[in-house]
Design a protein around this ligand. Structure first.
Ligand code: PMP
Ligand code: GLN
Length: 437
């Protein structure tokens, strides 16, 4: 072997040992779920932060899981149809068609994925080219920004504005967080490819009104923009006067809306990690291409279980027993219990109209102990302190904002109340003790 052969060998192996992150992911390394999930476990904290239920899903869910595992059809243990198991897409079509006022084509208008995360990813990566803009409404579910950036897109952010009088109140409402219509209009331009709307919203609990959604819809039509409508909390709305409105059902919006759903949220079993996108065939194609080149097909057994769950609910859709109708009643008491306790502790909760999160202004509760600096926001510091020193896990709300707007939310932390009463009671006890110390 010559010395030149040796050097070329060294060069190649040098290149292979370059394990640095691909450029399109640089700057996207941090995740509140990774950091605070691990911290909560390490400190054995009472977890009222992350959005998962810590008690059993509806009883039929477990029964249908067992029934599916006992099914003699051995093909349930093999790959299934790439864009969604046949029985599941049929069930989704049967359940959702009446809510979308149209017959949803199970084979061409539904794409099943490994949760709402990849559904959103497929939509963003399926449509965005480098330099395209995506309008995000802050606070937004945190994965939207990195997904837009990794596609080479540019996030253009507009913040929900809290009505000034409500910031002073001891208790305010998520409906006090509104969009400035003119500002929103000014965000649209010839580079705008899509807008992401999340209703009911995570983290505020805001349920967008028909009027707000119509304004967004009109702008989408005027500027030929696609709407990704993240509706994973679609069944969790507390005030019957604030119905969940589906963007795709507004006039002329079926043609330009991709609606995202999550089995984890729908059946209170987040570990399932199954989700779907519903939209017209021409919009679905780019999403399918991303999916087939990344995931290809989702677990058959989980899809079969969810198909059976939907079939079960389909028979009682209009009855109060239907889980989609009873789930809000189940969470309402928990919401009110936590709101009351937060208020008594000196926090200012924003009462959510939907979803299962409460954001609360903790500034009076924590005093001057924590301050934002160049390295860190004060809500991050406060949340780390609560986990490490008090074994209580919550989520910092600045994690739902882009760097430029983070300061607007530094006084808020987010609580999840989809927890058993015992968990909520323990969390409340920790807060009460902390207050009196
Ligand atoms: N969108 C929102 C608004 C969420 O809160 C979540 C978390 N459940 C997701 C998407 C992701 O859902 P999944 O667990 O189905 O991926
Ligand atoms: N969507 C849930 C939340 O907002 C869970 C997020 C996660 O664990 N990635 O808490």
């Amino acid at each position: 072997m010559t010395s030149s052969d040796d050097s070329s060998k060294t060069k190649t192996s040098d290149k292979k040992s370059d394990n640095s992150l691909a450029k399109r992911f640089i700057g996207l390394e941090k995740s509140i779920w990774i950091e605070f999930g691990a911290l909560a476990i390490a400190h054995k904290a009472i977890n009222v932060g992350q959005g998962f239920i810590d008690y059993a899903p509806p009883p039929y869910f477990i029964d249908l899981y067992k029934e599916t595992l006992d099914d003699p059809n051995i093909l349930l243990h093999q790959y299934t149809r790439g864009f969604g198991h046949r029985r599941l897409v049929d069930a989704i079509s049967n359940v959702y068609s009446p809510y979308f006022n149209r017959k949803i084509d199970p084979l061409n208008e539904i794409l099943v994925t490994d949760g709402a995360y990849p559904s959103i990813f497929n939509c963003i990566h399926g449509f965005m080219n480098p330099g395209d803009e995506a309008i995000l409404i802050e606070p937004f579910y945190d994965c939207y920004e990195p997904m837009v950036r990794s596609a080479g897109g540019i996030p253009r952010c507009i913040t929900l504005k809290q009505k000034p009088e409500s910031t002073k109140a001891d208790i305010s409402s998520s409906s006090d967080w509104t969009l400035d219509k003119n500002e929103l209009e000014s965000m649209f331009n010839s580079r705008t490819r899509l807008i992401i709307v999340n209703t009911p919203n995570n983290p505020t609990g805001k349920v967008f009104t028909r009027e707000e959604l119509e304004h967004i819809a009109n702008l989408c039509q005027k500027h030929d923009v696609i709407c990704i409508s993240d509706e994973v909390y679609e069944w969790i709305v507390y005030d019957k006067n604030k119905k969940h409105i589906r963007m795709a059902t507004l006039p002329n919006m079926w043609e330009r809306t991709l609606t995202i759903g999550s089995a984890g949220k729908t059946f209170s079993a987040t570990g399932l990690k199954l989700g779907w996108t519903i939209g017209s065939q021409h919009l679905m194609h780019p999403c399918q291409v991303v999916h087939q080149n990344c995931v290809y097909t989702c677990p058959t057994i989980s899809q079969e279980v969810i198909a059976r769950c939907f079939e079960y609910e389909l028979k009682r859709l209009n009855s109060p027993e239907c889980y989609f109708n009873s789930i809000s009643t189940e969470f309402l008491e928990k919401r009110d219990k936590l709101v009351q306790a937060l208020k008594e502790c000196g926090m200012k909760p924003v009462v959510p109209d939907g979803g299962y999160f409460i954001i609360a202004d903790y500034s009076q509760f924590a005093g001057d102990k924590f301050q934002s600096d160049a390295d860190d926001m004060k809500d991050f510091k406060f949340v780390r302190y609560l986990i490490k020193e008090k074994q209580l896990a919550t989520i910092p709300v600045t994690g739902f904002y882009t760097a430029d707007h983070r300061h607007l939310a530094e006084n808020y932390i987010r609580f999840c109340f989809a927890k058993k009463d015992e968990t909520l009671d323990k969390a409340i006890e920790i807060l009460r003790k902390l207050k009196t110390n």
